[in-house]
Design a protein around this ligand. Structure first.
Ligand SMILES: [Zn+2]
Length: 782
């Protein structure tokens, strides 16, 4: 762009130089300027094949196994014991003959000699709770599952081997492709104290009334997944990495004390036998109600809590096409229900909640409505909720199963509660109900990839929270909230694409970072329209199937025509943070007809000429004088960088007259040119978002795609033409990219307030009603 002669090429003069880059900073980005941040993922993904296409969809020979269950189970309230008997019909849809089957025995995580108790680190501190100490000693109850029978359909015993939480059952003959095998298993186990043993299911004892709340989960020997992408998923359950589950139909007969109320996956087939006539009438009312109706009232629950029924009742449940089955039973439960109109015929599920008196003030008011809200928002972004019920149970935790989940949110003893408890409860309900979509319907392998369910679910949770309440205090989702994690030293970080067991910072890595990445993808990289279509397409393609990460990555590109390989590489396969620095701003204006130069411009030209003169001396081979040299001074004083001889002047005039009015504008000072230099200090390539502030006080946001970094990942320079003079420029003004150092984002440099100051000043940038961050903090979801 520079030339010393006016003429057909524009002459620009540099008005002012702003430079922040020091030599030290330059050395942080040594010569290697071209890595592989934009290379296609290639071998990082599994090869497409007949089961999974290169577009990310199920292939023409896609298959998955199926397991149908008929189960009789009794919860023994006297001894806190589960007694079960199941018949599994296993269908081998794979092209492979199978010589054995693997089943999960998850309850063995509680065994005294459980492997995880050995390989998890532990340490003592000066202050320990009795519960913490008991973990070193172990309880004296017999925990873990007792297998009483393993047999084929005719009752003939089958050999089996238990390896910790996995059981291998030998088949009498290879199970051929397309064939079914019927397996019978009887078992028992002592239910663990969930509040002491840290389990996902178990019991909670209420000393004040002597009653138990049972949340019965991972309670039956469950078929492991056999898949085209990893064969048997029989990685041990340690309590951390969750579950890989097979779809099938369930019929479950649940026997409990007659004064218990049961809530479970699926639909109850015999309410007429287990409810009072009044309760049955209320249930029928609830099916037509758009506000929660108490099927079992608080008064009835209080009444039941005072008795101890000796009689038993059996609740019969059926669930179709689910990957698991869980239930709650207790005499302490209030139950309310209402229908959820999704606007699609055949899709009007019941939203329901079960809770004890201590949760009544919160749950009666919010829980069932939060369930309904979750179904509506998630259905909009994925597929219409296909199951007949969705249940929220208050159990002082956060854990999900098909159609039923366990959440927290208890009022104080006087019946009041804080805003933090309220929002915490709503968030955990949205989150756990949301798991119906990821992974209960879009059935990813949780044992391997936590982010595929937790990350996608936390992302949708954020959308649902923002639709619940204006300025909802979402804990995860907005980009700036992941900054503290992204800032950590590299040895405390691992990629999102890390096995569930090996993640150090579980919440930030598997929940917050992928949720944030998806939010950034939606708001900043792809835009809502392209993102929403592709995300929905992923849910549609993989509903009731087993997707892998590659299927997700491919689908998002396949359905949007946006090359996102750089994004997956950076956010999912890498640990680099975002830190884009605005290092240098240079301001140029066209030098048109010299005669029009006036004012500031002239002054700047006078200052600049000294530099130019020196440069000209060097080029001319004229040495700098050690002593005064009058001839040189004479040369110097007479020399005029912009001196124009008459010939040039005539040429210019001729040229100028030949220009169109638009071209003349360039010479007439309409445009101000700014050359900005950026460096990528964090490593993670991202779009460059700029906010220009002009001399007249107006502002403008401009977005440069991440592709600007593709030829130089460390430094880029770009020129911007503006019709108004710029007074300041800020990178990432809306805090969309999770930039970990905002002190190098502004020209002129600004003092960056610390977070405390941000809170105090109340000037946290707000990016619009749909995602306004809020400084309010609260305790987290599950
Ligand atoms: Zn979760």
């Amino acid at each position: 762009m520079h030339t010393l002669k006016p003429g057909p090429v524009l002459l620009l003069y540099l008005l002012t130089i702003f430079s922040f880059q020091t030599q030290a900073q330059l050395q942080n980005n040594p010569g290697a300027n071209h890595g592989n941040k934009f290379e296609q993922l290639g071998t990082l993904l599994s090869d497409p094949n007949v089961y999974r296409t290169a577009s990310g969809a199920p292939g023409h020979q896609y298959w998955q196994q199926r397991a149908d269950y008929v189960i009789d189970v009794e919860v023994d309230d006297e001894n806190q014991r589960v007694i079960g008997s199941e018949t599994i019909t296993y269908t081998n849809n794979s092209p492979d003959p199978l010589h054995y089957l693997w089943l999960n025995l998850d309850e063995n995580e509680h065994k005294a000699d459980a492997e995880s108790k050995k390989f998890d680190e532990s340490s003592l501190s000066e202050q320990m709770t009795t519960r913490q100490l008991r973990q070193f000693i172990g309880g004296n109850r017999d925990l873990g599952i007792h297998i009483l029978k393993v047999a084929d359909g005719s009752g003939k015993p089958l050999p089996y081997t238990i390896n910790y939480t996995m059981m291998r059952v030998e088949l009498p003959a290879a199970l051929k492709p397309g064939a079914k095998f019927v397996l019978q298993v009887d078992w028992q186990y002592n239910i663990s104290d969930r509040m002491e043993e840290n389990g996902r299911g178990g019991y909670e004892y209420f000393a004040e009334d002597g009653n138990y709340l049972y949340t019965i989960t991972q309670w039956y020997p469950r078929m492991a997944v056999y898949s085209d992408f990893q064969g048997w998923q029989n990685k041990q359950f340690t309590g951390r990495g969750e579950f890989a589950q097979v779809f099938g139909d369930f019929k479950v007969n649940i026997t409990v004390p007659a004064d218990h109320i049961v809530g479970a996956t699926g639909e109850c087939r015999n309410y007429a036998n287990v409810l009072t006539p009044t309760q049955l009438t209320r249930w029928k009312q609830a099916q037509q109600a758009d506000e929660p109706v108490e099927v079992v009232t608080l008064e009835e629950a209080r009444q039941a809590m005072q008795g101890r029924a000796t009689a038993k009742k059996t609740w019969i449940y059926e669930a179709k096409n689910v990957r698991d089955f869980a239930f709650v039973t207790s005499r302490r439960l209030v139950w309310d229900a209402m229908r959820v109109k999704q606007g699609i015929e055949g899709y009007t599920p019941m939203a329901m909640s079960y809770y004890g008196p201590e949760a009544y003030p919160l749950y009666r008011r919010y829980s069932t409505k939060a369930v309904a809200h979750t179904l509506r928002v998630y259905s909009k972004h994925t597929i219409p909720y296909p199951y007949p019920v969705a249940i929220s149970v208050e159990a002082a935790n956060g854990m999900e199963y098909p159609m039923i989940c366990f959440n927290y949110g208890r009022a104080d003893t006087d019946g009041t509660y804080s805003e933090a408890t309220k929002y915490g409860m709503i968030s955990v309900i949205i989150h756990e109900v949301g798991h119906n979509f990821f992974p209960m319907i879009v059935n990813s392998d949780e044992r391997q990839w936590t982010w595929m369910d937790e990350g996608m679910n936390t992302f949708c949770q954020y959308l649902a929270e923002q639709e619940w309440d204006k300025d909802y205090p979402s804990r995860r989702g907005p980009a700036h909230k992941i900054v503290d994690y992204m800032k950590l030293p590299k040895d405390q970080l691992e990629p999102i694409m890390t096995n569930s067991e090996n993640i150090v910072q579980f919440g930030p890595n598997a929940y917050a970072k992928p949720a944030t990445a998806l939010n950034i993808l939606r708001e900043t990289v792809m835009g809502r329209e392209l993102f929403d279509y592709a995300f929905k397409e992923y849910a549609r393609r993989w509903a009731f199937k087993h997707p892998t990460p590659a299927d997700f990555f491919r689908t998002m590109e396949d359905a949007s025509a946006v090359d996102l390989d750089w994004f997956w590489r950076g956010w999912f396969f890498g640990t680099d943070p975002v830190d884009i620095s605005l290092d240098d701003v240079q301001y140029f204006q066209p030098l048109g007809n010299l005669e029009t130069l006036q004012g500031d411009a002239k002054e700047a030209y006078e200052q600049d000429i000294n530099t130019v003169a020196r440069q000209r001396n060097i080029e001319a081979g004229i040495p700098f004088a050690v002593e005064a040299d009058t001839s040189l001074q004479d040369f110097y004083n007479k020399w005029d960088r912009f001196a124009i001889d008459p010939e040039q002047q005539a040429a210019f005039r001729q040229y100028y007259e030949s220009l169109t009015p638009e071209e003349k504008e360039l010479y007439d000072g309409k445009y101000h040119f700014y050359q900005l230099k950026f460096s990528n200090k964090g490593g993670l390539v991202m779009p460059i978002i700029l906010e220009w502030t002009y001399a007249d006080g107006s502002t403008e946001i401009e977005r440069i795609p991440a592709y600007i970094w593709r030829k130089n990942e460390n430094e880029v320079t770009k020129v911007f033409a503006k019709t108004k003079e710029v007074t300041s420029v800020v990178v990432d003004p809306l805090r969309e990219t999770a930039d970990i150092d905002e002190s190098n984002n502004a020209w002129p440099r600004r003092h960056t307030p610390t977070r405390f100051e941000l809170f105090k000043q109340g000037n946290t940038p707000v990016r619009g009603a749909s995602s306004g961050p809020n400084p309010m903090q609260r305790s987290g979801g599950g």
